[in-house]
Design a protein around this ligand. Sequence first.
Ligand SMILES: C[S@@+](CC[C@H](N)C(=O)[O-])C[C@H]1O[C@@H](n2cnc3c(N)ncnc32)[C@H](O)[C@@H]1O
Length: 286
Amino acid sequence: MFRTALTRFQNKWKSYRHRFVPWVALNLSRNEKTLRKVTERSKDKLVPDAEVSRSLLQLFRVLLGSHGADHGQLRALQNHFLGQVTSEEDKCGGNSVCGDDAMLQSLGFCLDRQPSSLPSAGTGVFVTKGCVPKGATVAMYPGTVYQAYEPILLQSIRNPFVFRCIDGVLVDGNDKGISKMVFKSCSGRDRMGPFIMSDTSWLTSTPQNPLAVGQYVNNCSYETPANVCYQEYDVPNNFPIRLRQYLPNVNYSHEAQRPLRCVVLVSLRDITAGEELFSNYFTIVN
Ligand SMILES: C[S@@+](CC[C@H](N)C(=O)[O-])C[C@H]1O[C@@H](n2cnc3c(N)ncnc32)[C@H](O)[C@@H]1O
């Protein structure tokens, strides 16, 4: 009985510890070696940034066209101030196209969060329609972006959604509790007049950007090898201001000079409808 509980605790800790900031700090030198190895192995990006930009712009333009610029802004404002959009009408109302349709139309596939195919792994992300070709931008890792020196201790406690980039930048993709409040607050702060610079709807069950579910992708195993990998993507300065309303990331501190860090998931092979996405939590391509 005690041994079973201990084994369960050990397994849980092993899958969680690399996201627990105090543990990462204590094991910095060992982690740095592992990270160095990963960096050395993967100096080049799997997909050039320009290609990631192209896919995101393609989807965001369809989303903007379907919601209408003003409706998109209005929806984001509603999400921000009133919380979750509830009615079916608002999820995909009037003549507008649902996020799913926009995704199928622009990228050729759809994603959904569903119970994982792995026992006791909670929720996972599945391709539900179409086919993802190798090298496609499959998903985005939403959340608040912390520089290595910024305080995240409180938010990181019992939080399996903190993602660490090679340069120590952290992305908190938790859609509940303090993490959720921090994201909404930073997003409200960064509004530029009528322009909303980030999307808060990933915090609800109906994200308007359907790619913003990457935080729910589960870790690979021997039986279920990785079919996607993480890749850092700094949003270029010339990214259209009207389309930034679909970006599911926000900087913790407002620093206009720094480009916004996003993390995207890129497919390692063709992935067909019905397959679950699996990543390797210990690797990231620059
Ligand atoms: C970033 S979350 C992924 C989403 C998570 N499945 C959920 O439902 O919230 C990471 C957590 O998912 C679980 N997890 C991920 N991959 C797993 C795997 N291969 N086997 C068991 N649990 C896994 C672990 O509890 C881990 O701490």
